[in-house]
Design a protein around this ligand. Structure first.
Ligand code: F6P
Length: 198
């Protein structure tokens, strides 16, 4: 069975100031992560270029993927369906600023992160449905798959392969600077987490 590798993009400008949304680029640390990630894949794939790689259309994911692909000599598909959850009117705010500016929304999301939809944005349920098409694509692939995307997106993909209950999705732990390697077996998915120092 072919492995599926999941990684968030390297640390972004917004990550360090705890802002949600936006389309910020990587920090220097994030760029270092992307380069280390490329080196990890060179070793891990033992020079095999016969892989499928997917990323989003956001700067932080594209920059990470470009660094990886430059080292691996492969190409990627950039898909809008893999863009991070759209936080609508809360775009560019920190969680604290959301709590101050939109206290009711903040509470509602805390109460039900799965169904809460950011005004003019998305809910986790919205994200799950747009990510579904990519899941089929990944499942169909006979080649190893690399997905470089975002926290909410990877929660959905990860939950699918581990058969987590849908309400668990928004709570799953998908840290920065870590690769999650999944190897689907008949009744379960074997998981290895590889921390990569930036
Ligand atoms: O903070 C990084 C980030 O990817 C944001 O852009 C996004 O809004 C958030 O994580 C999603 O995580 P949560 O649903 O826990 O707020």
């Amino acid at each position: 069975p072919r492995p599926i590798y999941l990684s968030r993009h390297g640390e972004s400008q917004y990550n360090v100031v705890h802002k949600v949304g936006g389309d910020s680029d990587l920090t220097q640390t994030g760029i270092m992560y992307a380069k280390q990630l490329g080196k990890y894949f060179i070793q891990e794939l033992e020079g095999n270029r016969n892989i499928k790689m997917f990323t989003s259309t956001m700067k932080r994911a594209l920059h990470t993927s470009n660094e990886v692909c430059e080292l691996l000599g492969v190409e990627y598909y950039s898909l809008k369906a893999l863009d991070e959850i759209n936080p609508g009117i809360c775009d560019g705010l920190t969680y604290q600023q959301i709590a101050d500016k939109f206290p009711q929304d903040y509470e509602e999301r805390k109460m039900n992160k799965l169904t809460y939809r950011y005004p003019r944005g998305e809910s986790y349920l919205d994200v799950i449905s747009r990510v579904e098409q990519i899941i089929f694509e990944i499942e169909r692939s006979r080649l190893p798959v690399i997905v470089i995307a975002h926290q909410a997106i990877l929660r959905c993909l990860y939950a699918y392969f581990h058969e987590h209950e849908v309400p668990e999705i928004p709570k799953l732990n998908i840290p920065l600077h870590q690769v999650i390697k999944l190897v689907p077996a008949t009744y379960y998915c074997k998981e290895t987490r590889i921390k990569i120092d930036a």
